[in-house]
Ligand binder design. Structure first.
Ligand code: ZN
Length: 480
């Protein structure tokens, strides 16, 4: 999830309770646990490889290859390069209904390279790192999909399992391109998980966001000799951001607007001909973002008029907020409890505390227990994800699993370090098991699927999902 923010919980557990007892589990659920444990060395190996590749949005060639090759070796039919994204793929097993999807991300964040140790030290200076734990996300989801595939193969479940290799979550909105291509349309239910510092069935939404570039076009001239001939695009950009900052006073507290200047002239003695602002607008719901976007467009027009320059507004992408599903979260929560809390060794707890001290935060251990199911809050925590768009197409069930010390700073070297060692691996295996057990219920229980779908339809209301993207193919970068 990009720019994640966290909810503070008072209960912190340093030493989690012992794990689950398998006698409460049905045969199919026991088979899922057994499958994840059988494949766990391979899942850890995949995660560590993706962690070391640390490839950024739409450039995850090696990461997508190892995941899709493993799916293929397990008997899945793999389609690579879907939705015109070379690193997007779908791995399918089985036939007919129900069709259950599970998503796996694998993109890294620029500049966050870090070794799997408690001292800050890059693996490779200036390179990317898995500061959001997506190296765990992909293999964890694939582990759950493989467990279900084995049950379909031996006839204990009926239907289709589909693993979605979803690139470019941190930037470029990979899932939205896949959704625009209609790749999620026939699913009954979709699942995902995300690394976190708590274990819980996610009941909270995320922020809707729209990403724009506002550019101004002026006329250059000598800034001292004949400035009257020039028109400054930078003046317009400054008027624009002044307008945006005044707008803050007159929007709801749930709105967030943040920008950077991407062009602002090159040298003071040339009146800048080109200036650009990169702006994100967020709110709790898509409708709120649309309202603020309309006001932003008038501010851009006014700024251009004041400076006597031209302007263009380019839509880069936009994301919907997550449509939560309580019926789905409930069944996930029950299954998480069947798996039981994650337990940590003394060394892992020491690692967690040392790394937080090194970062400059109070060490609070690792939280291995499973949080109680929360009530849905009126406004989500800050941050947006392209899972939101999928949740408007198909009912979505989301898990959060502990892969880092409690209260870890997300998108930081701390998360990179923990994602490359056993703390991260344990969270990944917990996620694989919990999602696998949940999928057993989804395949077996038609009434559960109906309840989840009915809630989805009710929550979605009149909103018609539409990809918020510019025309044309995905913006696949040439290289890092
Ligand atoms: Zn993330």
């Amino acid at each position: 999830m990009n720019l994640k923010t966290r909810l503070v919980s008072s209960a912190v557990c340093l030493l989690a309770l012992p794990g689950f007892s398998q006698d409460k589990l049905s045969d199919n659920k026991q088979a899922v646990i057994h499958s994840v444990e059988t494949h766990q060395d391979k899942l850890i190996e995949l995660s560590d490889k993706i962690w070391a590749f640390a490839e950024t949005a739409m450039l995850e060639h090696n990461s997508a290859r190892v995941l899709s090759d493993y799916a293929e070796s397990q008997g899945f039919k793999v389609e690579r390069g879907v939705a015109e994204i070379p690193t997007a793929f779908i791995a399918t097993y089985g036939s007919g209904k129900p069709i259950i999807g599970i998503m796996g991300e694998f993109d890294a964040l620029p500049g966050l390279s870090q070794k799997a140790q408690t001292k800050k030290e890059p693996l490779e200076i200036g390179s990317a790192g898995h500061g959001c734990g997506h190296n765990l996300f992909g293999p964890g989801s694939l582990g759950a999909a493989i467990a279900i595939k084995e049950l379909l193969q031996n006839g204990h479940l009926k239907g289709t399992i589909r693993f979605y290799g979803t690139p470019a979550e941190e930037d470029l909105a990979g899932k939205v391109y896949m959704a625009r291509a209609g790749l999620f349309n026939d699913l009954d239910v979709s699942l995902d998980w995300h690394p976190d510092y708590e274990n819980k069935a996610n009941m909270q939404s995320s922020q809707a966001v729209t990403d724009y570039t506002i550019s101004f076009q002026g006329k250059s001239a000598h800034a001292a000799f004949d400035p009257w001939q020039g028109r400054s695009a930078l003046d317009a950009a400054e008027f624009f951001t002044t307008g945006i900052n005044s707008l803050r006073e007159h929007v709801k507290p749930s709105v967030r607007m943040h920008y950077v200047y991407t062009q602002a002239g090159k040298v003071p003695n040339v009146i800048p001909e080109e200036a650009s602002v990169w702006l994100w607008i967020r709110d709790s719901k898509r409708s709120g973002v649309v309202e603020i976007s309309d006001r932003m467009k008038k501010i851009a027009q006014g700024a251009a008029l004041m400076a006597g320059v031209g302007y263009t507004i380019k839509l880069n992408s936009g994301l919907y907020e997550i449509l939560t599903n309580e019926s789905g979260a409930n069944v996930l929560h029950k299954n998480m409890n069947l798996v039981g809390p994650i337990t940590y060794t003394k060394e892992e707890i020491a690692f967690a505390n040392d790394i937080m001290k090194e970062y400059g935060s109070e060490p609070e251990g690792i939280k291995g227990e499973i949080n109680p199911l929360e009530a849905k809050k009126p406004d989500p925590p800050g941050g947006s994800t392209d899972v939101g768009d999928i949740s408007y197409i198909v009912p979505e069930i989301s898990l959060l699993a502990t892969t880092a010390p409690y209260m870890s700073p997300w998108h930081s070297w701390v998360v990179v370090a923990c994602g490359g060692m056993s703390i991260g691996h344990k969270g990944m295996l917990f996620a694989a098991k919990s999602l696998g057990l949940t999928m057993v219920d989804l395949f077996q229980d038609e009434q559960l699927r109906k309840d989840i779908k009915a809630e989805f339809i009710r929550r979605k209301g009149q909103e018609v999902w539409q990809a918020i993207l510019p025309e044309g193919p995905p913006p696949v970068p040439e290289s890092n």
